[in-house]
Design a protein around this ligand. Structure first.
Ligand SMILES: C[S@@+](CC[C@H](N)C(=O)[O-])C[C@H]1O[C@@H](n2cnc3c(N)ncnc32)[C@H](O)[C@@H]1O
Length: 223
């Protein structure tokens, strides 16, 4: 499945959606028109993307069911009482920072659907240390790129993943795309190891991750 379709498939029918960093508003428009969301709050920190969102919501005849807002992260979202928050297409550290500033998502009852473009390990590390439980993991493929989608909810319990699990997730349901995800990181770590070896820097940390990724790759390829 493609990236945005995979995100849409994770919405519970009739949810109250907040899409943060909505850009073109593809997610809220598709979600409200299909009934996957009964209402959507869509925000972006920049006026340009927000005017694209406004145009698309108007074109779809959904201006009365999608609230568009110029806002930084989740700063104005609480008053719309979302039960589902999507933050997609941004760096993992930026997503973690947005969540960290929003106390209302740390009360429970709000599902977060997150799709980091970079640093998924930093995002998972933050989530697990801040008391979020990762409840589902999905992969999507588009233009030969693999995307990771993380679903979580605040439970107060902290969690522990290995470095490799932080990078690629745990219990990912998409077995078909897993070998490609592992291969991507094997290649990345081989480059890092080569670079460190060439400059005489210790690479035992990367060796361990690379070894685990190779084992996972072989096990999943065999499925
Ligand atoms: C690459 S687009 C992703 C759009 C859409 N969510 C998707 O996944 O296709 C990232 C958007 O996030 C917005 N953005 C970046 N930082 C933000 C923040 N702190 N709060 C709200 N929006 C932000 C950008 O302006 C941009 O429109």
């Amino acid at each position: 499945m493609k990236r945005l379709d995979t995100i849409l498939s994770l919405l519970s029918p009739g949810c109250r959606l907040a899409d943060i960093g909505c850009d073109h508003a593809y997610i809220p428009v598709a979600a409200v028109s299909s009934g996957a969301a009964s209402f959507a709050y869509a925000s972006d920190v920049r006026e340009g993307p927000l005017s694209r969102a406004r145009e698309n919501a108007e074109k779809a005849g959904l201006s009365d069911r999608i609230v568009l807002d110029l806002a930084d992260g989740l700063e104005n979202a609480e008053k719309y009482a979302p039960d589902t928050v999507v933050i997609a297409g941004m760096g993992g550290e930026l997503i973690a920072g947005i969540i960290d500033k929003a106390d209302f998502v740390k009360k429970g009852g709000v599902r977060l659907i997150l799709q980091p473009m970079t640093c998924p390990e930093k995002l998972r590390r933050y989530l697990l240390s801040a008391g979020f439980a990762i409840t589902a993991e999905r992969l999507a493929k588009e233009d030969r790129r693999i995307y990771q989608i993380i679903v979580c909810e605040y439970t107060k319990e902290t969690g522990n993943y290995t470095e490799t699990e932080l990078l690629t997730g745990k219990n990912t349901e998409d077995k078909e795309l897993l070998p490609a995800l592992y291969r991507k990181y094997i290649n990345k770590y081989e480059k890092i190891i080569k670079g460190k070896a060439a400059s005489g820097v210790d690479h035992s940390f990367e060796d361990k991750i690379s070894g685990e990724l190779k084992e996972k790759y072989e096990n999943n390829r065999a499925l």
